[in-house]
Structures are given as C-alpha cells and as structure tokens.
Ligand binder design. Structure first.
Ligand code: FMN
Length: 192
C-alpha cells in the first residue's frame, strides 16, 4: 500500500465515517433541521455537546436566534430523512411538512425532537466561535430523550437492536452490522 505524505491537505475527508445526526431548531415561528456529521461530545459534567455548522446554512441563524438546538441520533433506516434534511434548505420550504416528518415535544426547550431518533439531546447554547468556514456551536445538554430498550444499563448502544446511521461523505451512508465487539480495558492493556 502506498501512503501519501503531503502538506497539500486539500479535500480533507479522511476522518470519515462519522455519525450522521440531524440538528433541529425552532426560533420564533420557524422550525428547521439540517444533517450534521461534524459533531462531538465535549464534557461529561456538565454534559456539553458541540456541532460544527457553516454560516451558509439557514439553521445557523436560527440557532443564534433561538440560543438552543437539538441533536437527533438516528438509525440507518432513517437515511432518506437525514438526506432530506441535509440536501435541502429551510429557505426553500418547511422540511417537516414537505417530507412528512413526525416530531415529539421537547422537555425543556422549544426545538422539535424527531420521532425517528433513538436518542436526542436538547442543548442550550453556551458559546459559538468561528473556525475557518464553520462555527463551533457549544451546547449544554439540559434534557435527553432515548429509547431505553436500545441501551444497556451502562449506556452502551445495543447493535443487535439498532444500527446507527453513519456517514462516509459524498452522499454515502453506512450501516454497521455487529460483527464483533472487543472489550479492552486497562487490565488487558497492562498484561505482559
Ligand atoms: C450527511 C450530511 C452531513 C452533513 N453535515 C454537516 C455538518 O456537520 N455541518 C454543516 O454545516 N453542514 C453539514 N451538512 C450540510 C447541511 O446539512 C446542508 O447544507 C443543509 O441543506 C442545510 O440546511 P439549512 O439551509 O436548512 O440549514 C451535511 C449534509 C449531509 C447530507
């Protein structure tokens, strides 16, 4: 295998696969959502989650207005819904209406929860900062919705019951099948 070493970073896509989520928001009378693959947990205590959103997105200004957002975690079965949120803009139409998207009520904030999500975080906007052509939006998770039966008591997702939607870039969605799961704890690592 030939490994390329270059300072010409260019396309910058080597970090995929990433979870394909949908970030939803309601600001004033407007609701919207967009696909977001560039997201990450930031802190356990307090629980903080971040998403990277380009200022070109309609969602961008709605989040700034609402000072909140919801991160929806979806199964691969919802890939068309994710693509619908990720390949159209709320500037054109109401995506929920156009694609017949079912929602549930939030617990604490005002942004819609997707019914299809196996987990969702209601996030209160703590901070946002521009890095290059995207902004990093940081939200404190003030409420969590999740399908209890899909997680072990320790909070591990049961891949026998749900395949999370992963994104490979370039409009490609990936289903991970449970082939093997390896537990490698500290004892294992320190074994001679
Ligand atoms: C699977 C997928 C993941 C995406 N991830 C991001 C992302 O992390 N950040 C971003 O700014 N745009 C991302 N996009 C693009 C937006 O979802 C897309 O531009 C969307 O149409 C914006 O909608 P809006 O204008 O209604 O906000 C992604 C698109 C797809 C299909």
């Amino acid at each position: 295998m030939a490994k390329i070493r270059t300072t010409d970073v260019g396309g910058f896509y080597h970090f995929y696969p990433k979870l394909a989520t949908v970030v939803t928001v309601r600001a004033g009378g407007k609701r919207n959502g967009m696909a977001v693959a560039w997201g990450s947990p930031i802190s356990f205590e307090p629980p903080i989650y971040g998403v990277s959103i380009s200022s070109k997105r309609y969602t961008y200004r709605l989040i700034l207005e609402a000072k909140e957002f919801v991160v929806n975690f979806l199964p691969i079965g919802a890939r068309r819904l994710i693509a619908a949120f990720g390949r159209t803009s709320g500037r054109e139409f109401d995506k929920f209406e156009r694609f017949g998207i079912e929602t549930e009520e939030p617990l604490k904030l005002g942004s819609p929860i997707l019914k299809a999500a196996y987990a969702a975080y209601e996030c209160e906007l703590l901070d946002h900062r521009t890095y290059g052509d995207h902004d990093w939006f940081v939200g404190e998770v003030v409420a969590v919705h999740y399908e209890k039966d899909l997680f072990s008591p320790e909070g591990v997702l049961d891949l026998e019951r749900v395949a999370p939607a992963l994104y490979l870039g370039n409009d490609l969605y990936l289903e991970i099948a449970k082939k093997a799961i390896y537990r490698i704890g500290r004892e294992e690592v320190l074994k001679p």
